[in-house]
Design a protein around this ligand. Structure first.
Ligand code: B12
Ligand code: SF4
Ligand code: SF4
Length: 380
């Protein structure tokens, strides 16, 4: 605990928290909280989730064992965690965006990329801003007491941290039945990040849950991935299938993917609390060209070079060109099925068949298998 020139430590820590909140706002964060480090009550359900194999190929989820629920084992000396959330709806999002997203999903030729991935990669944005926040804090601590250095570490979506749990314990919202964090004023369209620190701050109050008897997210999920309230089998989730899964997409989920080619927002767009979802205050999440309102055929025509150019600084680049093509091939198969069933849409049918057949000549085995599946969707 830094010495504080006569002020009692309680008042001092409150004042410091107010400063952190102020810096947070200046850096584009929507809310700051503080959580303790005892996540012991989450350990059984984390272990249960892993034991059921719900993490699929995400080996890193199991690799850290219970360190994930024990912040002080991840960074020695951690006594509390500063949590932050950042709203990410792009600035130009229309008021009726949930209907607009539903219309996109209903138009089989459209390429649907999850809203969070249409702008700059949030890992980069959040990490850089949390790092700045942490540096401001370190400088402040130095002024107060040069003998007490801040030891801290910044996390954004880092596998070893139970982010939703920390955020919910620090009052940034409550955990919805889809397992994501929800907030009365902001829905769930925000990212989470944390700073682990080696000094005490006043813990912020938790929020009451407000899901009530609603089950909209569970009912809407195209692949029944929310196997029970608060429990997602990642292996069934379209977000996992299109982003994390490196191999073939299991055939049983391909039709349900529809035209979703990167991530999925269904359980969030249907959530009544997302009426209150907020636009980002920074421009990093502005939609990049091609990431909204493109057709599947347009995106499928990108060469690897074009893919790399267009996805520079975007989270989409993480899946690389092969998985990008794999995902679009599946969505094109779904478009082909609906176009070939509608007798009036002969032009689309032949354009899709031509694009798939041409790409097949220069693709990897993985992509070829998905192209063959797509071609087989042509109604007789
Ligand atoms: C792995 C991961 C995924 C996996 C698994 C998701 C999942 N629900 O577990 C996949 C790839 C599917 C995924 C998808 C998405 N993700 Co993700 N993901 C993560 C990551 C890295 C870890 C989550 C985790 O630890 N899961 C493991 C399980 C055990 O943890 P849990 O769900 O928190 O489980 C707890 C409770 O559910 C409870 N529990 C478990 N079983 C049971 C059973 C009962 C009966 C009860 C009562 C409770 C209970 O106890 C568990 C332990 O606390 C976090 C970042 C992080 N480091 O935390 C981001 C994170 C959760 N993801 C995020 C996002 C945005 C998404 C997507 C919306 C992206 C998209 N649009 O495609 C989707 C949403 C899918 C969904 N409904 O979850 C954001 C969520 C922000 C928010 N507002 O909450 C995070 C926090 C990343 C970030 N830094 O912003 N994700
Ligand atoms: S992101 Fe999509 S597939 Fe995953 S749980 Fe939500 S609705 Fe289901
Ligand atoms: S859709 Fe309903 S049950 Fe699901 S998170 Fe939102 S309020 Fe909760």
């Amino acid at each position: 605990m830094p010495e504080n020139r006569g002020m009692d430590s309680h008042a001092f820590n409150h004042q410091l928290l107010k400063k952190i909140e102020q810096w947070g706002r200046e850096l584009g964060f929507s809310q700051i909280g503080v959580a303790g480090i005892d996540l012991g009550s989450s350990e059984p359900s984390l272990l249960d989730w892993l034991a059921k194999g719900f993490h699929g190929e995400m080996g890193y989820m199991a690799a850290h064992g219970l360190k994930r629920a024990r912040p002080a084992e991840l960074l020695e000396g951690t006594v509390c965690v500063i949590t932050a959330r950042m709203d990410y709806l792009p600035k130009n999002t229309p008021t009726d965006w949930r209907e607009v997203e539903a219309q996109r999903l209903a138009a089989p030729h459209e390429a649907v990329i999850s809203v969070y991935a249409r702008g700059r990669d949030y890992h980069k944005v959040m990490r850089a801003r949390l790092q700045t926040l942490s540096e401001k804090l370190a400088a402040e601590m130095q002024i107060i007491d040069p003998k007490n250095a801040l030891a801290s570490r910044v996390f954004v979506d880092s596998a070893p941290v139970l982010e939703v749990e920390l955020a919910s314990r620090s009052g940034l919202g409550w955990r919805g039945k889809h397992t994501l964090l929800l907030n009365r004023e902001a829905g769930s369209m925000f990212f989470l990040g944390e700073i682990f620190v080696n000094f005490e701050l006043p813990k912020t109050a938790t929020q009451e849950p407000h899901c009530g008897s609603c089950t909209a997210c569970i009912d809407v999920c195209p692949t029944a991935a929310i196997v029970a309230p608060f429990e997602v089998d990642a292996r069934r989730c379209i977000s996992y299938l299109t982003i994390e899964n490196k191999g073939p997409i299991p055939v049983e989920f391909r039709a349900a993917m529809g035209n979703r080619i990167y991530g999925c927002d269904d359980c969030q767009t249907v959530c009544p609390w997302n009426k209150f979802a907020k636009r980002a205050v920074i421009s990093d999440f502005d939609v990049r060209e091609g990431m909204e309102d493109s057709t599947l055929l347009e995106l499928f025509s990108w060469s690897e070079e074009e893919f790399l150019k267009r996805t520079e600084g975007s989270a989409i680049r993480r899946i690389a060109y092969e998985r990008w093509q794999r995902n679009i091939a599946v969505a094109l198969g779904n478009q082909l099925r609906s176009a070939s069933q509608a007798t009036s849409d002969k032009a689309s049918t032949s354009a899709i068949v031509a694009a798939l057949t041409a790409k097949r000549l220069h693709s990897s085995e993985l992509v070829i298998e998905h192209i063959d599946w797509a071609l087989a969707q042509l109604a007789p």
